[in-house]
Write a protein that binds this ligand. Structure first.
Ligand SMILES: [Zn+2]
Length: 317
């Protein structure tokens, strides 16, 4: 009887240890609710007030210097990281903004259960944290076939941020909420500083896939982000006006090839066909979504061209 009781006790103990282990294992599937690294954004102030790092794998920079032993199934070696190569940069070279065109729960489900993914998801519910779904050091699958200047397949080199927003699924674009834009500002500023990402590499999905994608759309406030937080690119109004004067009588007769070359210089992928074709209309529309959102019909006009010239002068001399 006593023996049996001991046995039972042992079994109970083993079971409870098992439960603890199980509970820990299950935490992995709960990452959406409890991200391992949580960026808490204090509403109204927009600062990162807490960033607990409880996973050393994310800390690739720390731990350099000195020697360590690496073991694998093939044996062991000693590695010394006292020396550093001069030629190196971060693999995270772009930040790409999206809207999900789905509600909050649908977005979370799609980004955690399907193949499409993003590093961060900004909810449309103010009490939610910003969801951190894919480690910044890993690729997320948010960009698809994409190009900007000489870079292709931007999943390899970018951090993707999805924002819960219905897009134009109801026939008109849905405005973003103020707190979402604040969240975007904090997150993008943080990532751009951390990985030394230049303003010219902070883009929308529509910029890198103008034939396929409209997001984050014409209601995404690029100008506000630039003026308030120095995020991304924007033109100088004075230069825009000067270009408007310069091209006031000639813009309507500009050859398609000239405009295509100017869009291509800015970064868009466009074939120089010399025709006002569908692909050119799509690129002009993507440009208008980003830089002239008051009218985005995909047709060239004086203001659109003046803004394009002012931006190229500022960022692509
Ligand atoms: Zn997108």
């Amino acid at each position: 009887m006593k023996k049996n009781r001991t046995k039972l006790l042992f079994l109970a103990l083993a079971l409870s240890v098992g439960n603890v282990l199980n509970a820990n294992n299950q935490d992995v599937s709960n990452e959406v609710k409890q991200p391992p690294i949580e960026i808490r954004i204090e509403k109204g102030r927009g600062e990162i007030i807490e960033r607990p790092v409880n996973n050393n794998r994310n800390n690739s920079v720390s731990g350099r210097g000195g020697t360590q032993t690496i073991r694998s199934s093939a044996g062991s070696i000693t590695v010394d990281s006292s020396y550093s190569s001069k030629g190196q940069n971060y693999r995270q070279r772009f930040i790409i903004l999206h809207y999900t065109a789905m509600d909050r729960d649908g977005s979370l489900r799609a980004l955690t259960n399907n193949e499409v993914s993003s590093h961060y998801l900004i909810s449309n519910q103010e009490n939610d944290p910003v969801f951190y779904l894919v480690d910044e050091n890993k690729r997320a699958w948010h960009a698809g076939a994409s190009e900007w200047k000489t870079s292709k397949n931007l999943n390899d080199s970018s951090i993707g941020i999805e924002i819960v927003n219905d897009g134009d699924s109801r026939g008109y674009f849905e405005p973003f909420k103020d707190f979402q834009i604040k969240d975007v500002a904090v997150l993008v500023r943080y990532l751009a500083d951390k990985y030394e990402i230049p303003a010219t590499n902070i883009l929308g999905h529509s910029d890198i896939a103008p034939q396929r994608k409209p997001d984050p759309g014409p209601l995404f406030p690029w100008e506000e982000l630039y003026r308030k937080y120095n995020i991304g690119m924007w033109y100088d109004n004075a230069r825009k006006s000067e270009f408007e004067n310069e091209y006031s009588s000639s813009w309507a007769s500009l050859p398609a090839a000239t405009v295509q070359a100017e869009l291509n210089k800015f970064g868009y992928t466009i074939s120089t066909t010399g025709r006002w074709d569908e692909q050119t209309k799509n690129v002009i529309k993507a440009f208008q979504y980003h830089f002239r959102p008051s009218k985005y019909d995909g047709k060239l006009d004086l203001e659109t061209y003046a803004i394009l010239k002012a931006l190229n002068e500022k960022y692509n001399k």
